[in-house]
Design a protein around this ligand. Structure first.
Ligand code: SAH
Length: 346
């Protein structure tokens, strides 16, 4: 595939316009960062556009379908230029609008409860393809950049493992901060625990809220539900997380999907509280979105709230995550899979 204008920083775009007055770069950058196509860029000379379009595509993502849940959550399916489909979710909260974006087509982490990994990883998304999900949703809602932006927060929690696509994700973080004007503080990066890249992120970027998909506090359980744990066991992960928290001064969020009969015992709550001692951490308990292809079952509300109460008693900061958009297959990879199976009209 051809490179995208949207993959480029302002300086990289500048290098393409050598010899032209600076206002041309201002114009081009402003078009690109808002997700414009060449034929929208009417104030730029035709000759320039035709030279650029010989080598570059402007954008790489388009909206295929939007489903809106009764709570207002919007689930997006996006098409990429090579025909691959990815998904994203727009959630509206009191304090703003959060978009959940995908970082890869598919995923190779193969977690036992997740739909994204069922067919493995197809390919990484480029920085511009991650950004394109934001610009498309922004445009659909009439938003622009900086004070005109519609989206206020970003979570990298769609399909894919962001730290398995490190360079593109880091470039994306720079583009979204400098171009759209969303500060790194308002961006959460969720990882299944690729330890070496947690250190890199702490040293090279910082700023973003780190979210760890922990889901089990004991290696014998986590090994079974998250294969990544065999490479990077829990204590190594916690050590990296501590480093991240110290280096950035930020609290780390731990995600914990409640799995019936797997990670919902008293022993698990005690082990979890022990692990997090001394770490500025918050635990999000998550209701499992049932995935047909997987055999795992959700816990009842009662069990989840009892688990939460026990954690609280043990001194852990914890909440049960409000689950938005389950009517529109809000969980990772579920809508894409239903489309790949040909069930879009269900
Ligand atoms: N690969 C990254 C980001 C994508 S997954 C990660 O693992 O964090 C985003 C979050 O959704 C993770 O916490 C993941 O464990 C969770 N998740 C995946 N499948 C789910 C399901 N069926 N129900 C609830 N949460 C799920």
């Amino acid at each position: 595939m051809r490179p995208l204008l949207m993959d480029m920083t302002r300086d990289e775009l500048g290098a393409l316009l050598e010899g032209l007055p600076k206002y041309r770069l201002d114009q081009l950058y402003s078009f690109v960062i808002q997700g414009s196509e060449y034929n929208d860029m009417t104030s730029l000379p035709k000759s320039l556009l035709s030279t650029l379009s010989e080598e570059y595509d402007a954008t790489g993502v388009s909206i295929l379908e939007v489903r809106t849940a009764p709570d207002g959550t919007e689930k997006y399916l996006f098409t990429l230029r090579d025909g691959n489909i990815i998904e994203g979710v727009l959630m509206t909260y009191k304090y703003g609008r959060t978009i959940c974006v995908s970082t890869q087509v598919g995923c190779r982490m193969n977690c036992a409860f997740c739909a994204s990994g069922i067919d493995g990883r197809v390919r990484d998304l480029t920085a511009g393809e991650i950004l394109g999900q934001i610009t498309e949703v922004n445009r659909r809602h009439g938003g622009g950049v900086k004070d005109k932006r519609f989206i206020t927060n970003v979570v990298l929690m769609g399909s894919g493992e962001p730290l398995d696509n490190y360079d593109n994700v880091v470039k994306f973080l720079g583009l979204v901060r400098d171009g759209i004007g969303i500060s790194l503080r308002n961006i959460s990066l969720s990882t299944s625990g690729l330890v070496p890249n947690i250190y890199r992120l702490a040293d090279e970027i910082g700023g973003v809220t780190l979210t760890i998909s922990l889901h089990a506090p004991l290696d014998e359980i986590r090994d079974k539900i998250m294969p990544v744990n065999k490479a990077y066991p829990i204590l190594d992960l916690i050590k990296a997380t501590k480093y991240y928290a110290q280096k950035t001064g930020r609290r780390v969020i731990f995600e914990y999907v409640m799995l019936k009969g797997v990670n919902d015992t008293r022993e698990c709550a005690i082990a979890l509280a022990g692990l997090l001692k001394g770490l500025p951490a918050h635990v999000n308990l998550i209701n499992l979105n049932y995935v047909e292809e997987k055999k795992l079952l959700p816990c009842s509300k009662k069990q989840t709230y009892e688990f939460m109460a026990l954690l609280e008693k043990l001194g852990v900061s914890v909440t049960v995550r409000r689950s938005l958009g389950s009517e529109v297959a809000g969980a990772c990879g579920q809508l894409r899979r239903s489309v790949l199976r040909g069930e879009t009209d269900e």
